[in-house]
Design a binder for this molecule. Sequence first.
Ligand SMILES: [Fe+2]
Length: 162
Amino acid sequence: MREVEAIRKHPLYAEYYDRLRESEKERKFCCHQMEHLLDVARIAYICNLEKNMGIRKEVIYGAALLHDIGKSRQYEEGIPHEKASATIAKIILEDLPETYYSEEEKHAMLRAVLGHRREREDMEELERLLYLSDKRSRMCFDCGMETECNWSEEKKNLEITV
Ligand SMILES: [Fe+2]
């Protein structure tokens, strides 16, 4: 997928990904590196297929790869990571060749990154898909930190859901 690889290899993405890796070196709670980003992408793509949503694979994987990229700014500066990630994502998406994503796709991806942390009634399709896939990606039932985690009981995945 050239679009997704272009995002991953963008210098700004690489810079923030390194910062993220460094910030989470000692983290005992959920991390936000490639394993998580691709878990979210795959869950979202499966849902997209199951529900015949018709969203392009490159759009789902691109949004998933970008959604937590600003997390180091939350750790370091207290900036909510959905906002930091959307700012970084906008620069990266604007830098890509015009043929990679349409303007509508870029808008939907940025909207999804910005809105992925909280569910709202008026969520756009990709935004809701990313939100749900992000939550479903966490295996709380198999996590040693589950009792210390600040996720509410309703949010936690306490059993395998398919
Ligand atoms: Fe996430």
